[in-house]
Design a binder for this molecule. Structure first.
Ligand code: GTB
Length: 216
């Protein structure tokens, strides 16, 4: 049986592949695992049936037999652990790939999300202009550090791994800001990842959902 994931019925990202189901779709495509998608509306995400699966009323979730999971990073790691293709064989290298998943979601992502949320929700607030340079600098600090670590390598640690997948998902949220243009190696890193056929399939599938709903 194929696992079932949840995704927005009407994604606010307008099909740009920025919602978190993208990470899960991409991981499943990378390992060649077919899956079903249950689309949920905002009210459905806050209803008891969904809260029983995702206590914070969010997407994505992952259900496979009697296994029920939430948190995109954990889901991606679970998929990577159970299928070949997204983790190296050596135990230490696998541990380092897990480290990069955590680095993506808990070190690089927070300033990016804060910067994005401020631009989306606080433009009319009196503090917006004063706070913006601080938020931008916090993102740039992480990008500087990440670019330094990546150097001239294609991927963060050896072959493409679940760590790269998660990092690219996080970096893609900066797309509209244009900030990545100042970091050619990171821009190329994201482009390299986006060129992967599995990314393309995942992207096309989530875009098809957005198009079907917006044309209905
Ligand atoms: N830590 C969780 C995980 O990684 O799984 C975070 C999940 C999460 O943030 N889910 C969001 C959600 O369900 C959707 S992805 N939000 C509804 C709610 O909290 O009520 C975040 C997201 C949303 C929209 C855009 N966008 O429009 O560009 C990008 C990313």
């Amino acid at each position: 049986m194929s696992p079932t994931i949840t995704a927005f019925k009407e994604s606010p990202d307008r099909g740009r592949g920025l919602a978190r189901d993208m990470a899960v779709r991409w991981a499943l495509e990378e390992v060649g695992q077919s899956y079903d998608v249950r689309l949920v509306t905002f009210p459905e995400m806050k209803a008891p049936a969904h809260l029983a699966v995702q206590p914070f009323g969010q997407i994505p979730t992952y259900e496979d037999g009697d296994l029920v999971m939430f948190e995109s990073g954990a889901i991606v790691f679970h998929i990577a652990e159970r299928h070949p293709g997204l983790l190296p064989d050596h135990p230490n290298a696998r541990a380092r790939a897990l480290t990069w998943i955590f680095a993506a979601v808990s070190t690089v992502q927070p300033p990016i999300v804060e910067f994005g949320m401020a631009a989306m929700l606080e433009r009319d607030k009196p503090w917006f202009e004063a706070r913006q340079p601080l938020l931008e600098q916090a993102v740039r600090t992480r990008l500087d550090q990440l670019a330094h670590r990546l150097g001239e390598a294609d991927w963060l640690d050896g072959d493409f791994s679940a760590g790269d997948l998660m990092m690219v998902v996080v970096l893609r949220r900066l797309g509209a800001s244009g900030m990545l243009n100042d970091y050619p190696s990171l821009l190329a890193y994201v482009a390299r990842a986006e060129a992967r056929p599995a990314f393309q399939r995942a992207f096309d599938d989530q875009l098809a959902v957005y198009r079907a709903v917006s044309e209905a």
